[in-house]
Design a protein. Structure first.
Length: 378
């Protein structure tokens, strides 16, 4: 590998080195780099623990534990300059240990990680919903069946490791091997700016990975999960089929263009671009919301901040306190009111729908004067 000097019109070598030569260690360096930059693996992963030792009857620790966008656990095992002979066996053991983790345990593991390594201000359930793109964790299945994945990381791989990894792939076990290579320039006086790291997937080869993964996912998809999701969609469609006509007959007209859906949330645009009224129907809860979801994060925060200065007046007109979520770590913000109820109890739907209408009209009465005063250019 060479660096191009456009001014001199020359190239200079960038030499591959070993981690040992550069004084890097597995836990202190490689593990920290990957924990803080998991997209180095070419996908969005959420690190939920490092040095995880929550296994019964064993003192073993896996290096990194993550979740992918499908809710599958990902066991990441790091080695430095040599993979060793037993890394695949080690990773398989950890995957077997993790296979029994349920949603509650995963949330606790992640919350422990946030409290210890990130900040205690973050709530695991909210961060996980944001990562997975869902409104409620009841929407998804975590760590389903035998969907645990393995990622192996090393500078060099022994043949017995890559051979075993390919054999596991052929039997539906999702395993990837990444080769990590440090590079250095100016070897006589190496500084931070002279060091580079290349992360390259070598198993499975990238050109066949998508086909292998899709075949594995198809074979391992659980019938019970499909049935659960289908039933949930049916219930939502039935609820909105009953609720929307009633809402449209009311004085609240922001959902007039909304059609029946199997989504959890319906929303209608209000006043400013990117501002919506929303109603979210969850298995155990109804949410009534004002959502600030402009493409420009600064606009969302500016609108939210303008309304929160009128918090006392808005809540006085509304008739009760509201939840104000500025969400500094996210683009969107929202104001919401929550009502607990059993969404599967259809006998309660008529009563709940009338409550929704009343609360939407109160929300409109409370915030409309504030929006009318705002002169924000969108």
């Amino acid at each position: 590998m060479f660096k191009i000097d456009k001014v001199l019109n020359r190239i200079s070598p960038i030499e591959s080195k070993s981690f040992a030569e550069l004084g890097f260690r597995e836990r202190d360096h490689l593990q920290e780099w990957l924990a803080n930059q998991p997209d180095a693996f070419g996908e969005d992963l959420l690190i939920i623990q490092k040095e995880f030792a929550g296994f019964e009857d064993t003192r073993e620790r896996l290096d990194l534990l993550a979740l992918d966008k499908d809710g599958n656990l990902v066991v990441i095992e790091n080695k430095l300059d040599d993979s060793g002979r037993d890394v695949t066996w080690q990773a398989l053991k950890y995957a077997s240990y993790c296979s029994s983790l349920n949603k509650k345990q995963i949330l606790k593991i992640y919350q422990d990680y946030l409290d210890r390594h990130i900040t205690s201000e973050f709530v695991a359930s909210e961060s996980l919903c944001e990562f997975l793109g869902v409104l409620d964790l009841d929407e998804i299945v975590l760590n389903s069946g035998n969907t645990q994945r393995l990622i192996l990381v090393a500078a060099n791989y022994r043949k017995e490791v890559t051979s075993t990894a390919l054999w596991l792939l052929s039997h539906g076990i999702q395993v990837q091997c990444f080769k990590v290579t440090p590079y250095a320039m100016n070897l006589d006086n190496v500084s931070n700016k002279d060091l580079f790291l290349n992360v390259e997937q070598i198993v499975p080869p990238l050109e066949v990975e998508e086909l292998m993964i899709s075949m594995s996912e198809k074979n391992n998809e659980e019938k019970s999960t499909r049935k659960e999701i289908k039933n949930r969609h049916i219930v939502r469609s039935e609820f909105w089929a009953q609720a929307l006509p009633e809402i449209k007959k009311s004085n609240f007209n922001f959902f007039d263009n909304q059609s029946i859906t199997n989504n959890a949330r319906i929303r209608g645009k209000a006043y400013h671009a990117g501002v919506y009224y929303g109603v979210t129907f969850l298995q155990k809860q109804i949410r009534i919301e004002v959502i600030f979801k402009h493409s420009n994060e600064e606009v969302n925060k500016k609108l939210f901040d303008a309304l929160i200065t009128q918090k006392d007046t808005i809540e006085d007109v509304y008739g009760s306190s509201l939840e104000w979520h500025r969400k500094d770590d996210q683009k969107a913000s929202r104001i919401q009111d929550n009502y607990d109820f059993d969404g599967l109890d259809k006998d309660k739907w008529s009563e709940v729908i009338q409550m929704i209408i009343v609360k939407l009209e109160l929300f409109e009465r409370a915030v409309a004067p504030c929006f009318e005063k705002l002169k924000v250019s969108m």
